[in-house]
Design a protein around this ligand. Structure first.
Ligand SMILES: Cc1cc2nc3c(=O)[nH]c(=O)nc-3n(C[C@H](O)[C@H](O)[C@H](O)COP(=O)(O)OP(=O)(O)OC[C@H]3O[C@@H](n4cnc5c(N)ncnc54)[C@H](O)[C@@H]3O)c2cc1C
Length: 473
């Protein structure tokens, strides 16, 4: 990054996954200098599907409309006719069936949930990343930079970032988007703190992209091109089309009783392990013919993903001074709401909104204490974002139990199950982002040195935010 100018906020984003990229795009849109430091030699994503719900798409539009363009360029509409999307999520009984009535009894529809217009569109992750990267200028990224730590040289001098290759860089603020095994979370919370590390949810996911020409003769047109969730006892299978309908994204979730230690060197990538279709077939033996046909479509060799999250030990804070966590680094969730990335997009919008305000303040007032104002804005972020993102982590675990007929309040009462899924999904999708932006705005205005007199963060040890008084140092 070029020498830091006192009148600007120089942002370092650690990690170039989906959240690092959308955060950087939101900052660039606001003319805030940013550099992404990514440990890999290039941007990369896995060959699997990801879908975005309404809340994520709305926040993307506010970050920078090019992000929505990128999603639209690769998103696959749910339904056979892309001009006439089928905007319903479908929940089926994948387990019960009558062997004497195969045609009629298999795969009973239990409920439909309207997702809103194009409210659930599947994207091929690697394709999405390729589209997003088109909007990142080359000066805004450095590859091969594995972040290892930082020195805080005080509010005026900023932060000195250290990388594994021995190099350093300067920034006024670090936004850590370094994913579920975040190094920055360990630095903020302490390596011995259980909240510094993700924990196994005792679920594993088998993920595959299956060419549609193999799928269509087996599942037929409707099942192939429409999202389906096949529910059942202690397991479930989700599928939806991606890549313009060229592939079916299939994810089969099952329970794993044994623990999954993260440091076991025998586990490939620590969170994944090679597995076989036979292993999946054994878990779904006795389920209905439709589920068995889907399992038969899986490749002989398939990756098994351990689902880790932050449910057992949520981070008590996302912030230390001028360093903050966003996306999975802050609140990695199990994927059962299909919303881990989406909630990270909300983080990105909150941070870009606050930093735009900081940038305006310091450009208008050369005497303003930049470091202190950044710290104050991050305290606002740390108050506004954790309740919702940590709710997602908890609700995602619980909604999985609903799909798998073990949630105590719903069990196999499908009317109750659908009501539970609907309430939780609506809380997620119909996010009051205007309310979030107003809360950020009001809190920031309340803390501004020029407007809040006694709350001047540079004069005292605390700032007032809404009804709360928050210590600055
Ligand atoms: C089975 C499954 C299905 C899912 N489906 C959905 C879905 O449909 N919708 C949805 O919204 N979410 C979904 N999610 C969740 C979603 O995948 C994640 O929330 C999202 O990818 C997190 O993005 P991120 O940018 O925070 O982290 P990551 O994608 O993990 O990116 C982290 C980046 O940081 C880099 N990095 C790490 N450490 C360092 C370091 N020390 N220095 C420099 N760089 C570093 C990494 O190389 C990587 O590029 C799913 C998750 C799973 C497991």
């Amino acid at each position: 990054m070029a020498a830091r100018e006192p009148s600007q906020v120089h942002v370092a984003v650690v990690g170039g996954g989906i959240i690092g990229l959308v955060t950087a795009l939101g900052l660039l849109k606001r003319n805030i200098p940013v550099k992404i430091y990514e440990q890999a030699r290039s941007f990369r994503e896995i060959g699997a599907g990801v879908a975005f719900t309404a809340n994520a798409l709305e926040c993307m539009a506010l970050l920078d409309p090019v992000i929505v363009d990128a999603v639209n360029a690769v998103a696959t509409t749910n339904g056979e006719d892309k001009n006439n999307p089928n905007d319903y999520l479908r929940y089926h009984d994948g387990y019960n069936w009558d062997p004497n009535d195969i045609e009629g009894s298999d795969d009973k529809l239990l409920g439909l949930l309207h997702s809103g217009y194009k409210g659930f569109q599947g994207c091929h992750r690697a394709n999405l990343l390729d589209e997003l990267v088109k909007y990142i200028p080359s000066h805004a990224v450095e590859f091969g930079k594995r972040f290892t730590g930082y020195d805080d040289r005080g509010p005026t001098k900023g932060l000195l970032l250290h990388f594994l290759d021995g190099s350093t860089a300067e920034a006024d603020i670090v936004i850590a988007c370094d994913g579920i095994k975040s190094r920055v979370r360990q630095l903020i919370l302490g390596a011995d703190n259980p909240a510094s590390h993700p924990h196994f949810s005792h679920k594993v996911a088998y993920r595959a992209l299956i060419p549609m020409d193999r799928v269509l003769p087996v599942l037929g047109v409707f099942k192939s091109f429409n999202q389906h969730m096949h529910t059942g006892p202690r397991a479930h299978i989700l599928h939806f089309p991606v890549a313009g309908g060229d592939f079916l994204n299939v994810v089969a979730f099952i329970r794993e009783i044994e623990d999954w230690p993260l440091d076991d060197p025998n586990k490939v990538g620590n969170m994944t392990k090679p597995a076989t279709r036979e292993e999946v077939a054994a878990a779904f033996r006795g389920w209905g013919p439709t589920v068995c046909k889907i399992v038969d479509l899986l490749p002989d060799n398939i990756d098994k993903w351990a689902i880790f999250d932050t449910y057992d030990h949520p981070a008590p804070t996302f912030v230390q001074g001028r360093v903050c966590l966003a996306g999975d680094a802050a609140h990695a969730s199990s994927p059962h709401h299909g919303a881990g990335a989406g909630i990270g997009v909300e983080d990105a919008l909150a941070l870009c909104t606050l930093l735009e305000k900081v940038a305006t303040t310091i450009s208008q007032d050369p005497q303003a204490e930049k470091g202190m104002i950044i710290e104050t804005s991050l305290k606002i972020y740390d108050k506004v974002r954790p309740p919702r993102s940590q709710w997602l982590v908890k609700s995602s675990r619980e909604v999985c139990d609903v799909y798998e007929w073990v949630y105590p309040d719903t069990l196999t009462d499908w009317d109750k199950c659908l009501a539970e899924i609907t309430t939780r999904s609506h809380k997620l999708w119909y996010f009051d982002f205007d309310g979030m932006l107003k809360e950020l705005h009001d809190s920031y205005e309340n803390c501004l040195p020029s407007k809040s007199g006694g709350n001047n963060p540079s004069n005292g040890a605390q700032v007032k935010m809404g009804n709360n008084v928050i210590p600055v140092s």
